[in-house]
Write a new protein. Structure first.
Length: 240
């Protein structure tokens, strides 16, 4: 059915509210698939919203999104600018490579598909594909330690247009105690401060706004050192 029972403005608010919700990667993939199948009006509104505030829920979606940014296939968004000019923010959620509580030993340093997706995303956007209006990068770690960004050199490539960096670490009800332990371990003996040469290598000089949530004190110290030109820094760390 193509005729909308609700005005486009209300439909757009409904879609935006759903798209802005906190969802797992699997739930977001399901939402994306469902929204594209409702009708042509819903599809057009959702496409515009999802290309403005982008979420990358899987490695395979990154490949499709990069193709869309490059114009393959070309997308017509009701007279709007093409996808690479619409994008203002990108969010990527990174869970551990294995499920906490499985019969495998927990190790947040093993190869992580979504962590690699973050690296690939930044590589593509750092000079290969131009996204001139991208300003915000959100990285949401779930049930993981605090070493992924630095140990895996996730910011070896970093797009110059990004001026707002938001990094969060969260633990669900079953792993909240694990989060407390990881913060203590990371702070007390496992994580030495970055050397001056490392800070320079990781330097994010274009970052003007930095937000960090749920991290260890050691991670906060390192990431703030890497953003020497940040004008606004927001830190939230849980009390252990």
């Amino acid at each position: 059915m193509e005729s909308a029972l609700l005005p486009d403005e209300l439909l757009e608010n409904i879609i935006l509210e759903a798209w802005s919700s906190l969802l797992s990667n699997n739930d977001r993939i399901e939402l994306m698939t469902s929204f594209l199948l409702v009708n042509s009006t819903w599809k057009a509104l959702f496409t515009r919203i999802s290309f403005k505030d982008v979420h990358i829920p899987s490695p395979s979606y990154l490949a499709r999104y990069m193709a869309a940014l490059a114009g393959y296939p070309p997308l017509i968004l009701d007279g709007q600018s093409p996808p690479h000019k619409i994008c203002q923010s990108i969010t990527i959620k990174i869970p551990p490579a294995i499920t906490i509580g499985s019969n495998k030993e927990y190790d947040d340093r093993q190869e992580n598909p979504m962590g690699e997706t973050l690296s690939n995303l930044l590589y593509y956007l750092d000079g290969i594909i131009d996204v001139p209006n991208l300003r915000t990068l959100r990285i949401e770690y779930e049930n993981m330690g605090f070493d992924d960004i630095f140990d895996c050199w996730r910011f070896a490539h970093f797009p110059a247009p990004i001026t707002n960096l938001e990094i969060s670490f969260s633990f669900d009800r079953d792993t909240s105690a694990l989060g407390d332990v990881l913060r203590v371990i990371h702070q007390s003996h496992e994580h030495p401060p970055l050397e001056e040469i490392e800070v320079e290598a990781y330097s994010l000089r274009n970052i003007k706004r930095l937000s960090v949530s749920g991290a260890s004190d050691a991670f906060v110290a390192d990431i703030t050192a890497c953003c020497p030109n940040a004008e606004c820094v927001s830190i939230w760390c849980p009390t252990i």
